[in-house]
Write a protein that binds this ligand. Structure first.
Ligand SMILES: Nc1ncnc2c1ncn2[C@@H]1O[C@H](COP(=O)(O)OP(=O)(O)OP(=O)(O)O)[C@@H](O)[C@H]1O
Length: 400
């Protein structure tokens, strides 16, 4: 995560930094005048967790640059909650350092308690104070930090407006829908002007309609303010809508990181590939020029179009969409294409299509999305022996 990190949100990040009264004490105050300066070089990361928790076998190296939203993905037990707990200050690292806005908040000699870290948490449930109205909930943080009542109320009104809950200011949590309560909770999280917001599956407790609405609010509010955030999610839509970059954890380690689109379109880890819904085959590159072949375990060979950075003989990955795959009982004629023998393992609904999952040579897991009529026409059931075909031009090859 280096040079590219500020590029996608450079203007937003810069605007946020310039307008963030709560970001004193950094070079940013003086540097704000130079529009050409890159925020990444001026500001320390909003959050850096380079720390381990040996009893959980977790060893993390995650950085959230100022103004960026980093989505954290991974299967159950991968270490996502541990990362949030290290950042929030509810868990002490066994080794290493946690810093917020360039300030060390945990290491062998330092321990800054949660309330003093400038970190806010938005959890799955809104967890609002039931006896306070929305305004009181949002004003609570600024009041606790010593803001005069009128100033705290002004901040709270402003934030409620920004999350589209201005008209709910005098309702108590029991009078709010799930989506409304989560928007108020977001305003409350932002009210103390945190350096970084930790979003722990913030939409997972909402129904589909409310989740879509809150997702848009999250996107707008985080981008407007150039706010740094960590977003733990299992939902591809959250990543696409809200995140700048992605970190994938597996078994307590970072296995992949990069700009969100890159990770989703060119995944290197099995988890990211599954989330993104693409077929992914790792192997080594043979052939040169415009077309190349990925040679994978089990004798599986895939022709595709290589990224210029791919070196012959190097480790590469071939990726292609299940929608680009056709399924046949007998070898098809016609244009040159990859033809892979596959044993069907499962058929799943995939919108209006059916996802045919199967195992190819070497046990490589592959998927094809075809119409229900094709499934019927091919008489597909688990155990069926078929051929998956995909055109060379549909297979992207890139360095692994
Ligand atoms: N309180 C705890 N005490 C000891 N080990 C724990 C504790 N909480 C989690 N672990 C272990 O730490 C590792 C990382 O778990 P963590 O909860 O951070 O994963 P996660 O990615 O958040 O998973 P999930 O998606 O299921 O919430 C796992 O091996 C887990 O068993």
């Amino acid at each position: 995560m280096s040079g590219h990190r500020a590029a996608r949100r450079g203007p937003a990040a810069a605007a946020g930094a310039a307008g963030a009264a709560g970001a004193p004490g950094t070079a940013g105050g003086a540097g704000g005048a130079d529009a050409a300066a890159t925020p990444a070089t001026i500001h320390p990361p909003a959050l850096a967790v380079r720390a381990g928790v040996p009893e959980r076998d977790v060893e993390l190296d995650v950085e959230v640059p100022a103004g960026e939203v980093v989505a954290v993905l991974g299967p159950n037990g991968a270490g996502k909650s541990t990362l949030l707990a290290l950042a929030a200050g509810t868990l002490r690292p066994g080794a290493g350092t946690v810093s917020v806005g360039g300030r060390t908040v945990a290491d062998g000699a330092t321990w800054v308690p949660p309330h003093a870290r400038r970190v806010a948490l938005l959890a799955q449930e809104p967890l609002l104070f039931p006896h306070l109205d929305a305004l009181g909930n949002v004003a609570f943080g600024p009041r606790a930090a010593g803001a005069p009542r009128r100033e705290a109320a002004r901040v709270a009104h402003d934030l409620l407006d920004r999350v589209g809950a201005g008209d709910l200011a005098h309702r108590r949590p029991a009078e709010l829908s799930g989506g409304q309560a989560q928007r108020v909770a977001l305003a409350r999280a932002l009210a103390p002007d945190p350096e970084v917001v930790l979003l722990d599956e913030p939409l997972s407790a909402l129904d589909v309609g409310s989740a879509a609405e809150v997702r848009q609010v999250l996107r707008r509010v985080l981008r407007e303010a150039g706010r740094a955030a960590v977003l733990v999610t299992h939902d591809l839509l959250d990543v696409l809508a809200v995140a700048d970059s992605v970190v994938v954890l597996e078994a307590g380690r970072v296995v992949e990181r990069g700009p969100a689109l890159q990770v989703l379109t060119r995944p290197r880890s099995a988890f990211a590939a599954r989330l993104a819904g693409v077929n992914l085959v790792a192997g080594s590159l043979a052939g040169t020029g415009g077309e190349a072949v990925v040679e994978a375990d089990g004798g599986l060979e895939l022709h595709g179009l290589p990224d210029p950075a791919c070196e012959p003989g190097s480790a590469v990955a071939a990726a292609f969409s299940p929608r680009a795959v056709s399924v046949h009982r007998a070898p098809p004629g016609g244009s040159p294409r990859n033809t892979v023998p596959v044993t069907v393992e499962a058929l799943e609904h995939q919108g209006e299509l059916v996802r045919v999952r199967g195992a190819g040579p070497g046990g490589h897991r592959l998927a094809a999305d075809i119409t229900p009529a094709s499934v019927a026409g091919l008489d597909l059931t688990p155990g069926a022996a078929v051929l998956f075909t995909v055109k060379t031009a549909e297979v992207a090859i890139y360095p692994a």
